[in-house]
Design a protein around this ligand. Structure first.
Ligand code: PGA
Length: 250
């Protein structure tokens, strides 16, 4: 059975007080036995408080990004070792906003993947096509390219530490969601692409999340698709009620 996962990517939202409030609301609303593995990714400055706030909870705290180097003269950056030292075991890599606004390439992401794996971290690896790719019917090739260049150098055993998040760029924060059929079609393609390179057993084991304007009103039909194993939620993860409803839709 593949793990069902709902992850909240808070992006650059919530100061310390707001982080504590939202986490405390989430703990209450999700209860002790959430329907899925639940992950939240607050901003760097609030990770340690989030770990403390959630110490008695099943909710996992993830970072939204990290640098590929071990340490050194990289002003403003955060390493895997620093994250691990405060108890962070999970990191989101390759989010489309990192790719678009901070110039993260597939090649750079491959290095970040290696650094995270060296530290035995779990990676939520994000990828997805832009609108122009879909309009040109190039979306499958773009997604296959992102996977091949950013991720397909890893060893078979490394897949135990990988969660995939397919996030079509045109659906992120736009209110426009991929239809459940579009999500399923791409997730099935992703699983086939993994099977072609790594074999069916690995492909069947990896959780593939859908991200892009998932909301309480559409989560259930998206999550019902056989190759969709959960979601990476942006906007709707900032509200405890919405995030809980989405989690329970699993
Ligand atoms: P959204 O963001 O749910 O606000 O569309 C998803 C994401 O960026 O992970």
């Amino acid at each position: 059975m593949r793990k069902k996962i709902v992850a909240g990517n808070w992006k650059m939202n919530n100061n310390l007080t707001e982080t504590r409030t939202l986490l405390s609301e989430l703990k209450t609303k999700l209860g002790t036995t959430p329907q899925a593995k639940v992950i939240v990714a607050p901003t760097f400055t609030n990770l340690q408080s989030a770990i403390e706030e959630l110490s008695s909870s099943e909710i996992i705290v993830a970072a939204q990004n990290m640098h590929q180097a071990k340490n050194g003269a990289y002003t403003g950056e955060i390493s895997a070792n620093m994250l691990k030292s405060i108890g962070i075991e999970t990191v989101i890599l390759g989010h489309s906003e990192r790719r678009a606004y901070f110039g993260e390439t597939d090649e750079l992401l491959a290095e970040k993947v290696n650094a995270a794996l060296e530290h035995q971290m779990t990676i939520i690896f994000c990828f997805g096509e832009e609108l122009k790719d879909r309009k040109n019917s190039n979306h499958f090739a773009v997604v296959a390219g992102q996977l091949t260049k950013g991720l397909f150098h890893i060893k078979d055993a490394d897949w135990d530490n990988i969660v995939l998040a397919y996030e079509p760029v045109w659906a992120i924060g736009t209110g426009e969601t991929a239809s459940p059929e579009q999500a399923q079609e791409m997730h099935e393609f992703i699983r086939e692409t993994i099977a072609d390179t790594y074999g069916q057993a690995i492909a069947d084991k990896v959780s593939i999340l859908y991200g892009g304007s998932v909301k309480p009103g559409n989560a259930e039909e998206i999550f019902a698709k056989p190759d969709v194993d959960g979601g990476l939620i942006g906007g709707a993860s900032l509200d405890a009620e919405s995030f809980t409803t989405i989690t329970n839709a699993i």
